[in-house]
Design a protein around this ligand. Structure first.
Ligand SMILES: C[S@@+](CC[C@H](N)C(=O)[O-])C[C@H]1O[C@@H](n2cnc3c(N)ncnc32)[C@H](O)[C@@H]1O
Length: 343
């Protein structure tokens, strides 16, 4: 995979990259489908193909959680392959062409999450309303965004949540948000009122809302960061997977990119299937999956709760992806260089 042009990374840059030697090592792990498969044949694997070429071969009703992060309706290049912005109607037709066939892969208790920006959100909502029961729209304030002179800086994304039926898995206790309490009141006997004294101060574990402000897009100092241009944070996937899939459940991501969904599913004891058209991204996903054999931590999630940004006790110190000395295939991602170019 070619790094973005003119990249010279700072010494503390932790972006994970792939050497040619690693690429050649991971390629044989990828699978390609040429006919119908049983679930066992794709369980915990990365399918290195265009989604439209494999839609007809996927098994029926094996998925507990479908996570969809397709190209938004923007012109964007993924490792040399460009997705071009279209008229909204055309984007809707493209979306429907793979979304409807994917529905047969869902169990009757399955949940579906679909990422969108403000421009593609309308298409996603109408598609979900036609085919699923829409439960919510999460708004993620992703922090990073490009400032604009004649418009508002675009800093949010939508994540639509739908289910196949009314019988679906949702574990709210697994996704509580630990917040710092600004005014820690005590009752008349001096006991904390609805808060707990912890090593990081007074905190309260709260029900998670559909506004997510506790995570940024991955950036160069985060060990999960790669050169994929639209990588999602592991913390975002952790919330969705913990809330909406049972332990050992099956998570499908047909636009796998750098592998975030499969990696987090693996760390959280779920099974996974990923599909990605670009073989280099597939190899990057395999590298992250290999590293996840030993490192199960997820930045911002510790002690069974999610933490507000930069407040998790382990967040800054966890050597999540540090290069194990005895893994010769791995490349020390922190070797040379100053900034990553990700906007
Ligand atoms: C928005 S990115 C997903 C990023 C991913 N969530 C992550 O965390 O890295 C979309 C991905 O879909 C891939 N893609 C686009 N069209 C595809 C298709 N028809 N079949 C399979 N993959 C496709 C692109 O190569 C890109 O990596």
């Amino acid at each position: 995979m070619k790094p973005p042009k003119d990249i010279c990374r700072a010494p503390r840059n932790r972006t994970l990259t792939l050497t040619e030697q690693e690429r050649l090592g991971f390629l044989p792990k990828l699978i390609r489908l040429s006919g119908p498969v049983e679930f066992d044949g794709i369980q915990n694997r990365t399918i290195s193909q265009n989604l439209t070429d494999v839609l007809g071969w996927l098994p029926a009703q094996f998925v507990d959680l479908l996570f969809l992060d397709p190209p938004y309706n923007l012109t964007k290049t993924y490792n040399g392959s460009t997705f071009s912005r279209q008229a909204t109607g055309e984007y809707g037709t493209w979306f429907e062409s793979w979304f409807v066939p994917l529905l047969k892969t869902l169990k009757s208790s399955a949940s579906v999450y679909v990422c969108a920006d403000w421009r593609s959100s309308g298409v996603v909502q109408s598609m979900l309303e036609t085919h699923l029961k829409v439960r919510s729209r999460i708004t993620w304030e992703r922090e990073k965004g490009r400032g604009a002179r004649t418009n508002w800086k675009n800093c949010t994304e939508d994540i639509w949540f739908g289910t196949v039926s009314d019988d679906y898995h949702f574990n709210v206790d697994a996704v509580k948000l630990r917040r710092r309490v600004i005014a820690p009141y005590r009752d008349s006997e001096g006991r904390p009122k609805d808060w707990t004294a912890t090593p990081v101060g007074a905190t309260r574990d709260t029900h998670p809302s559909n506004v997510w402000t506790d995570m940024t897009v991955p950036f160069w100092s985060m060990p999960e960061n790669t050169d994929h241009p639209t990588q999602k944070p592991e913390k975002l996937l952790a919330k969705i997977i913990l809330a909406s899939s049972p332990p050992d459940g099956v998570v499908l991501d047909p636009f796998l990119g750098s592998g975030t969904t499969s990696v987090v599913a693996k760390k959280l004891g779920r099974r996974y299937v990923g599909i990605e058209q670009d073989a280099d991204y597939c190899c990057l996903a395999e590298k992250r999956l290999a590293l996840a054999e030993r490192a199960h931590t997820i930045q911002g999630y510790a002690g069974g709760v999610f933490w507000e940004r930069n407040s998790a006790p382990a967040a800054r110190s966890t050597p999540l992806y540090r290069q194990p000395a005895d893994m010769p295939l791995m490349f020390d991602a922190r070797a040379k260089e100053p900034h990553d170019g990700k906007k």
